[in-house]
Design a protein around this ligand. Structure first.
Ligand code: WT7
Length: 651
């Protein structure tokens, strides 16, 4: 943590209390009243009976085709929820709303150039049915996989929902990832169809997505068809027979399509996320438990009401978008915003302009974005009337108290509580977060949500005393808990369940203060958080080493004012290769091409040697300490302690 932040944290002892009105009108308070629960403490206590709690939650938030026989079947480390229920998440997200309030707006879409489109629940349902029917005609059936490589346009949620409707699992790949990253993910899940678009807008220019999709499809033999949404209408390469126009194949399809009655624990999606090894992990989510968990958490934490306008300003290529732009807001029948482009395009007030225009009431973003806007200055914010806002949220990485306060004052006008939600791709839903009834401490995600059990453990597997740092763990299963890693049960066991028997290891470190508030500090393992996005050190290193000039590489994260962490690479070149500026540039671009622009190292340093353990493992921790100017500690056990001093000579 930079020193400035620490001083703010020390000074910032204020507790932010919710208003009486917020508390008494909150969804969670109403539920407590119904259950005869009088206090937060009592709610937390009662909800530790997880089967009772989630069983009750299910009654409130979902409609089964046929009811479950059992709330939970827990066979460590796998949990099955709402066993025996027939269900499809699309029934709750789309079908029922299209019948009950067809004309309510599901999404307002704003393109980067300023084009607008709105989609009601009826229109959403029609569009989903047309695409679902078209996908069926391509031979897709229950149990198949489809990869989706789309920017933030309405066809992204439509494509996800169309797959889910017919029982096909989707695998969305962030449109900022490269063709190689896409090909890897397609090949891992064996998708038969890839859905993409021609090009899309980013910072006033178009991004050639179809061209990247083509390159990926060439290396992905399982792909039978590429379905192409026309977003900009630009000219694009076309492979006859394989490529199909989304607009053409859906135009004459019926707006009726029966929703496949799945088992509650059938696969809904695979979402790849970075771990400590080079290969991304395919996190699996299932229809039933996921639906209950995300709907309850969105309703309780962000307290959505019928007339709220919700904007989760993330990309649906990440879990935030899956859970809280697509599935949960739709299950709650909410009106949401989808914005295609960059936050500061054409000027630094684009987001505030959108909030004012659509009268957004609840807004959710990342600390990185908040810090960026802080730097751009409050004059951009002041140009707009943000008085429609009533609650704010943060996600993706720890939020420094300074940014928290800035957000609360300048965006929230001093009246909005800030919901700092801690969760992961693997948890599927918020796990640690405040409720509207909570008192807030800036920088803390407050406490585990009802129905969740968390703790901080020492390395020996004991509960860490208050105010003492340790590993953040989750102690009992929850309904949106991942259903495992796609085709990789060993990795699942080893990553989450090997350190402490029967306890889920989050990979984060943190502490609990004397009042029971959680302070999550960051990752314990070799995972980077760049602008809230998870990247793996070793994935970046393998990419560098795949370049013909590189012999070895070490990648570390260095604290960064805006991005949380910046990427610093140390590279040993092969014999005979000369250090040069063009090569430095080439290596950065190589990683950008292999993984995506977000993964491009900010700094590339050439070194003669890297510190290693006796077994030959590169000691990233030592390198990191050196880079941030902390004492490196005892290095006598290294194979080559002299390599530490060599780092000073990096070019
Ligand atoms: C990791 C999960 C969950 C959606 C976006 C990221 C970090 C996330 C917070 C928060 C402190 C946070 C953790 C976590 N993280 N939210 N509110 N406070 N840290 O999803 O890519 O799966 O990353 O993000 O380190 O383990 P993800």
């Amino acid at each position: 943590m930079p020193e400035a932040d620490i001083s703010v944290l020390l000074k910032e002892k204020r507790i932010f209390k919710p208003s009486q009105k917020l508390v008494s009108e909150s969804n969670v308070k109403k539920w407590m009243d119904k259950q005869g629960i009088r206090s937060y403490e009592e709610l937390m206590k009662k909800s530790q009976d997880t089967e009772w709690f989630w069983g009750e939650a299910a009654k409130e938030f979902v409609e089964w085709y046929s009811p479950p026989k059992k709330v939970l079947d827990w066979k460590l480390p796998y949990s099955n929820w709402f066993v025996g229920a027939k269900y499809n998440i699309v029934h709750d997200a789309v079908d029922r709303h299209a019948k009950r309030h067809p004309d309510k707006v599901a999404y307002y879409f704003e393109g980067e150039p300023g084009d607008r489109r709105k989609m009601t629940y009826k229109e959403l349902s029609d569009e989903v049915c047309r695409l679902a029917n078209a996908l069926k005609k391509l031979g897709l059936k229950r149990g198949d996989r489809v990869s989706i490589y789309l920017p933030m346009i309405l066809e992204l949620p439509v494509a996800m929902l169309a797959c889910a409707k017919i029982g096909v699992a989707h695998s969305v790949v962030f449109s900022g990832f490269s063709s190689l990253a896409l090909a890897d993910r397609i090949n891992d899940c064996g998708a038969r169809v890839l859905i993409t678009c021609d090009t899309f807008w980013r910072r006033g220019k178009t991004v050639a997505l179809k061209a990247a999709a083509d390159e990926a499809a060439r290396q992905a033999p399982s792909i039978e068809h590429v379905v192409v949404v026309k977003r900009t209408g630009e000219n694009i390469p076309w492979t006859n027979g394989r490529d199909l126009s989304y607009q053409d194949i859906t135009a004459n399809e019926s707006t009726a399509c029966e929703t496949e009655k799945m088992e509650a624990n059938d696969l809904l999606y695979i979402l790849y996320t970075s771990g400590t090894t080079g290969k991304p992990k395919g996190v699996m989510q299932r229809h039933g438990g996921y639906a209950v968990n995300i709907a309850l958490t969105l309703s309780w934490v962000f307290d959505l009401k019928d007339n709220d306008i919700w904007w989760g300003a993330a990309d649906a290529g990440w879990v935030t978008g899956h859970s809280y732009i697509v599935y949960a807001p739709l299950i709650l029948g909410t009106t949401s915003i989808i914005y295609e482009g960059a936050p500061d395009w054409p000027e630094a007030d684009r987001w505030w302009d959108i909030i004012e225009n659509y009268k957004v009431t609840v807004f959710y973003t990342s600390p990185t974005a908040i810090r960026m806007f802080m730097k751009l200055g409050t004059e951009w914010v002041k140009k707009h009337d943000l008085s429609s806002l009533r609650l704010l949220g943060s996600v993706g990485e720890p939020i420094n108290p300074e940014a928290w306060i800035w957000y609360q004052l300048n965006i929230g006008g001093g009246r909005c509580q800030i919901m700092d939600t801690w969760w992961q791709t693997e948890t599927g839903a918020f796990a640690i977060a405040p409720l509207p009834i909570s008192e807030l401490k800036p920088g803390s995600a407050v406490r585990p949500l009802p129905g969740m059990a968390a703790d901080i453990y020492t390395d020996e597997g004991k509960r860490a005393p208050a105010e003492t740092g340790g590993n953040l763990v989750l102690l009992s299963p929850w309904p949106a808990m991942l259903g495992g890693l796609y085709k990789n049960p060993e990795k699942y066991q080893e990553t989450y369940w090997a350190k402490y028997p029967g306890v889920y290891l989050t990979g984060d470190i943190g502490r609990i203060d004397a009042d029971g508030y959680y302070w999550v500090q960051g990752r314990a393992d070799d995972v980077l958080k760049v602008s809230g996005h998870r990247l793996s050190n070793s994935e970046l290193e393998s990419s560098l080493v795949s370049h013909m000039s590189v012999s070895e590489a070490a990648v570390i994260g260095k604290p960064h004012e805006l991005k949380g962490e910046s990427i610093v690479a140390f590279v040993i070149l092969k014999k005979g290769i000369e250090v040069s500026e063009p090569l430095r540039k080439e290596l950065r671009e190589h990683v950008g091409k292999e993984i995506g622009k977000i993964a491009m190292p900010d700094e590339v340093w050439f070194v003669a040697d890297l510190p290693k353990t006796r077994s030959g493992k590169i000691m990233r921790r030592v390198i990191r300490k050196k880079v941030i100017g902390e004492p490196v500690g005892d290095i006598s056990t290294l194979m080559n302690p002299e390599a530490v001093a060599e780092l000073d000579k990096a070019k």
